[in-house]
Design a protein around this ligand. Structure first.
Ligand code: SF4
Length: 313
């Protein structure tokens, strides 16, 4: 047995092949592990070096394994943290990506009608006569614009102390653009004359609706709501001493009530501080002659109220 072989036997390495170029020896590995060997020669030194290299390699592998394990542990520890951080980010993140525009729009509350109406009313409430008449003439704010021939703005003295308010234009009014024409208009003129008034002299005549409802049907509440600001502005511009309301519909619309006209008659009501007297519509009186006497009573009441208001007429 060669000296080399003996050394290998002593070392328990036998003829096992050992990598001579092992990784750098870590500090933890003690080269002096071979210190107990006697008479070390160059070969022994070589073997020693081989053994040291082997151990160093093993140690390096061990250290590498430890390092890998620690890296793995670190990664294993880091992984939940990273997940938690992501979870936190998810939790803290703003709402999921914005919903498609159509969904967002669908969830949006509808534009408050009151706000729109208020804005529109505020605009109308600032109009002067010319602007108001022009706006009514071109108005398309409700469906009644579809069937009208023309709007019926109103007629008369714009500084009048008497104001007469009817329901809506009929067929003749729609054609002529003036309220209370035809047989009902003639009757109204006679009624006015009975109390010393005349169309166009100290009296202004208008309707709640400025467009004719098709087939002379009753106006819808939405149509009244859209058109009433025009009447309100007319009243504000005229500032009459008295308003005489002609017919059930006009009375209930202006006074915001459902009380029958029979119970509204004979009492002085108020519209924004202006006294209001209710009587029958001339068209009704043409069909119900027996109620003409009641209409006369109403006109007498109106004249009395007007007189009490200190009017000149
Ligand atoms: S009825 Fe009045 S609100 Fe409707 S379109 Fe005619 S003017 Fe405009």
């Amino acid at each position: 047995m060669s000296r080399r072989a003996r050394f290998l036997e002593v070392l328990g390495i036998a003829d096992e092949w050992v990598l001579r170029r092992a990784p750098a020896l870590p500090e933890a590995v003690e080269p002096s592990a071979m210190a107990g060997l006697a008479d070390p020669s160059a070969e022994v030194t070589a073997v020693h070096e081989d053994a040291a290299s082997r151990e160093a390699a093993q140690a390096a592998v061990t250290l590498a394994a430890v390092a890998d394990a620690r890296v793995n542990e670190a990664q294993a520890e880091a992984a939940p943290s990273a997940w938690s951080a992501q979870a936190d980010m998810d939790a803290a993140a703003p709402a999921p990506a914005p919903a498609p525009a159509e969904v967002a729009v669908a969830r949006m509350p509808p534009e408050p009608v009151a706000a729109d109406t208020s804005t529109r009313e505020a605009v109308i409430a600032r109009l002067d006569w010319a602007a108001l008449e022009q706006r009514v003439c071109g108005c398309t704010d409700c469906q009644l614009c579809d069937g009208r021939t023309q709007t019926v703005f109103g007629v008369g003295d714009r500084q009048a102390e008497w104001m007469l308010v009817g329901e809506a234009p009929g067929e003749n009014e729609d054609k002529q653009g003036e309220p209370f024409v035809g047989q009902a208009g003639k009757l109204l003129d006679n009624m006015l004359a009975a109390v010393g008034l005349a169309r166009g002299r100290n009296v202004f005549i208008a309707n709640v609706l400025k467009c004719r409802p098709p087939g002379n049907r009753n106006p819808e509440p939405e149509e009244v709501a859209q058109c009433e600001p025009y009447l309100r502005r007319q009243i504000a511009l005229i500032q009459p001493k008295l308003i005489v309301v002609l017919g059930r519909f006009a009375a209930q619309s202006l006074l915001r009530t459902t009380t029958p006209i029979g119970k509204l008659r004979g009492t002085v009501h108020s519209y924004e501080g202006i006294p209001v007297v209710v009587t029958y519509h001339p068209a009704y009186l043409l069909r119900t002659l027996s109620d003409k006497a009641r209409a006369w009573e109403d006109l007498c009441l109106a004249r009395e109220v007007h007189a009490r208001a200190g009017a000149k007429a």
